[in-house]
Design a protein around this ligand. Structure first.
Ligand code: GRF
Length: 214
């Protein structure tokens, strides 16, 4: 199987996938391309070290071609997303699955429709449980809710990507019990550890589902 991985930052989840490819968890599977929307994403270094082709897909370049107005920004995002889909559809070989691993750009139907039309699955890592803390800063918002006594646990999920943010069907989830007096940094460290296992398991289950349909 072939994976394309989308990143925006450190790439620790990308690293987990790199390390798992061709292991018993992800047999006959390789990452053929890594795309980042941030030039300085350390994940790009990780890809290069693993000899994986990379692309920096730059939203700023699109915004410069349009007026800085709501409709201008909308036009830039539409072009950005449809060009991102074209970039992936032009890859040879095309990926079976696109894995969003710490990818911090909302993917619109301009991206999702052509990709779905080509039969390519898109999955995403989100550090919260289904229906909770959608969007950015999920770990911190869970930590705040715990301090207010509103929750006792949070978690991590891998889910199908749909137009609504962090709302697609969950593929796999794992709960993370919260600890009294724990710092946000410690909780983040524990959650990232869970992410690294779950991103591999979520990808494995997705590939199994593709295999069973063949
Ligand atoms: C994840 O919690 C992701 O949702 C957030 O950063 C964390 C890991 O990113 N954006 P990375 O895989 O280390 O880049």
């Amino acid at each position: 199987f072939k994976l394309t991985v989308l990143i925006s930052g450190n790439g620790s989840n990308l690293q987990a996938l790199i390390d798992a490819c061709d292991s018993s968890a992800l047999p006959n599977t390789s990452i053929t391309h890594v795309i980042s929307n941030r030039k300085a994403a350390f994940g790009l270094e990780r890809a290069k070290k693993a000899s994986i082709p990379t692309t920096y897909h730059n939203l700023v370049a699109y915004k410069k071609r349009h007026p800085d107005t709501p409709s201008g920004t909308q036009a830039a995002r539409t072009e950005y997303d449809s060009d991102l889909a074209k970039l992936i559809l032009d890859l040879d070989p095309r990926p079976d699955v696109i894995v969003c691993a710490g990818w911090m750009h909302i993917l619109t139907p301009d991206f999702l429709n052509p990709i779905a039309g080509a039969g390519i699955r898109v999955i995403n890592l989100h550090p919260a449980l289904p229906g909770e803390f959608a969007g950015a800063g999920a770990i911190e918002r869970a930590w705040e809710a715990f301090r207010k006594g509103e929750i006792k646990r949070t978690g991590v999920m891998i889910h199908e990507v749909i137009a609504e943010v962090d709302a697609g069907e969950a593929i796999v989830t794992e709960e993370v019990l919260m600890r009294e007096g724990e710092t946000l940094e410690d909780l983040e460290t524990r959650i990232h550890g869970v992410e690294h296992g779950l991103i591999v398991e979520g990808t494995r289950r997705t590939l199994e589902a593709i295999k069973s349909k063949r």
